[in-house]
Design a protein around this ligand. Structure first.
Ligand SMILES: Nc1ncnc2c1ncn2[C@@H]1O[C@H](COP(=O)(O)OP(=O)(O)OP(=O)(O)O)[C@@H](O)[C@H]1O
Ligand SMILES: Nc1ccn([C@@H]2O[C@H](COP(=O)(O)O)[C@@H](O)[C@H]2O)c(=O)n1
Ligand SMILES: [Mg+2]
Length: 236
């Protein structure tokens, strides 16, 4: 299993390349599951996966910026919140529990969320993943490492004032059950208490890229663009 993929605070170093062989082993194990067989096609996974975690408070603009990163750099966008909402819509066994958790602005048990992410990664033909809204807690983080066996290459943090986040969420108008003032307050508390420690964890390991998430969507993307441009040659 991969223990550490690459330290991206430094330049793309020879250690990045030197670890390729062991990373490929893990990628193969990640892609030999039942989901892959069900798909009926063994997708070529010859490329080393490149994983970006996209973090920030509710309404900080994670999803909006992920769309731009996908358009510009060709990543696969896996939104943990969207995967959980899809479970609710599909009326799966965990659906009711997930709905209640989201309404309360709390965090779904990590195993549930990580399994959904794992399935999407297995089904994807892409090797570049944006994992949006994950990990939200230390438990999420540890669970991903344990189940998937890899660490992120890049961690983006969209740093936005609370007042702006509340305004954006209340104006979002997508019919989300958690886009109301009562739930937003709970989500902000959870973000402060449980998500900030994860952000600090990656900061201490030199993997964190903090984006000032104020301004127009295009202005914010101009902070994001150079981060991925720097990796484009190596990652493909
Ligand atoms: N720079 C911006 N300025 C103003 N509004 C924005 C900006 N970026 C995004 N928005 C809007 O704010 C709302 C929240 O954005 P988005 O859904 O991308 O946030 P998020 O971080 O994914 O939130 P959540 O964690 O709740 O899913 C959306 O309606 C979006 O259109
Ligand atoms: N890792 C996660 C991500 C999300 N949730 C729950 O879904 C809600 C909405 O998430 P968004 O990323 O779309 O904002 C969130 O408030 C949590 O209830 C989760 O449990 N774990
Ligand atoms: Mg979102």
């Amino acid at each position: 299993m991969w223990r550490r993929v690459a330290s991206l605070s430094s330049s793309i170093s020879s250690s990045f390349l030197a670890q390729t062989a062991s990373r490929l082993n893990t990628w193969e194990s990640l892609t030999t599951g039942i989901a892959q067989q069900a798909k009926g096609v063994i997708a070529p996974k010859e490329k080393t996966p490149f994983i970006t975690f996209v973090l920030g408070g509710p309404g900080s603009g994670k999803g909006t910026q992920c769309i731009k990163i996908v358009e510009t750099f060709g990543f696969a966008h896996l939104s943990a919140g969207d995967l959980l909402r899809r479970e609710i819509a599909s009326k799966s066994a965990d659906g009711a529990m997930i709905l209640n958790t989201i309404k309360e602005g709390k965090i779904v048990p990590s195993q549930v969320t990580v399994k959904l992410i794992q399935k999407e990664m297995e089904l994807s033909d892409n090797h570049k993943f944006l994992i949006d809204g994950f990990p939200r807690t230390e438990e999420n983080r540890v669970s991903f490492e344990r189940i998937i066996g890899v660490e992120p290459n890049v961690v983006l943090f969209f740093d936005c004032p609370e007042e702006e986040m509340v305004k954006r969420v209340l104006n979002r108008n997508e019919g989300r059950v958690d886009d109301n003032l009562e739930t937003i307050k709970k989500r902000l508390t959870v973000f402060q208490a449980l998500s900030l420690p994860v952000i600090n964890y990656y900061s201490e390991r030199g993997k964190l890229y903090t984006i000032k998430a104020i301004g127009t969507e295009d202005e914010i993307f101009e902070q994001v663009r150079p981060i991925f441009a720097a990796f484009e040659q190596t990652v493909g």
